[in-house]
Design a protein around this ligand. Structure first.
Ligand SMILES: [Zn+2]
Length: 211
């Protein structure tokens, strides 16, 4: 079992990001059994849930003439416009029923402000508004954040980068994550992650450390 210094942060394991979902990540469902195995080794597990109001600014459908996967300049910067996904209370926003993490302590819901997106579990896309996760983890005495889930190059990467920026050690478990890889976004994310000091590991290495 990992020590109280460590938290496992499971990002956005929701139906809309699974095959068949509104913003499907290829093979996204394959990470569910992997994260279930990982979670058995952590006493502290936190989940995130992308959780948007229907009028959310990241939805292409809310911008006349815009298509999903186009980029748009918003007051806080460049925003990819996505298919409508993870609307609060919808089936698509629900966590995958195959998740087996009854001991998860908290669920951070992000992207709930209509005018700001939030890929990161720590800081919204305006780069100013905290979700509260940093304070929660500090108060719990966490020093190291193991990140995985969906998608590697967006919400998982941004969360790992912000964990580092907040002063935590950050580890990204590659095979417990899957990417969208839009216009080279996966390679760009890894470059940024490694430059920021995020450690890249496979689940087997983490599980080996648990035995
Ligand atoms: Zn979203």
């Amino acid at each position: 079992m990992r020590s109280a210094d460590d938290v496992l942060l499971l990002i956005d394991l929701q139906y809309d990001f699974m095959p068949g979902g509104a913003l499907a990540v290829a093979h996204g469902d394959e990470v569910v059994p992997v994260v279930n195995r990982l979670a058995q080794g952590f006493s502290h597990v936190v989940l995130t849930q992308d959780w948007h109001p229907a009028q959310h600014v990241s939805f292409a459908a809310n911008h006349a003439g815009r298509q999903p996967f186009e980029t748009m300049t918003l007051p806080y910067g460049e925003q990819v416009l996505w298919p409508t996904h993870c609307v609060q209370g919808s089936e698509g926003a629900a966590l995958h029923s195959g998740l087996d993490v009854p001991h998860a302590r908290a669920i951070i819901r992000k992207g709930h402000h209509a005018d700001v997106d939030s890929y990161s579990a720590f800081l919204e896309a305006d780069r100013k508004t905290p979700t509260g996760l940093t304070g929660y983890l500090r108060e719990a005495g966490v020093k190291r954040v193991y990140c995985c889930g969906l998608a590697t190059d967006y919400c998982v990467a941004w969360s790992a980068l912000d964990a580092r920026a907040a002063g935590f050690e950050a580890v990204l478990i590659e095979d417990a994550s899957r990417a969208i890889d839009l216009n080279g976004s996966l390679a760009a994310a890894w470059e940024q992650l490694l430059a920021a000091g995020v450690t890249r590991v496979q689940s087997a290495e983490v599980l080996r450390g648990l035995s």
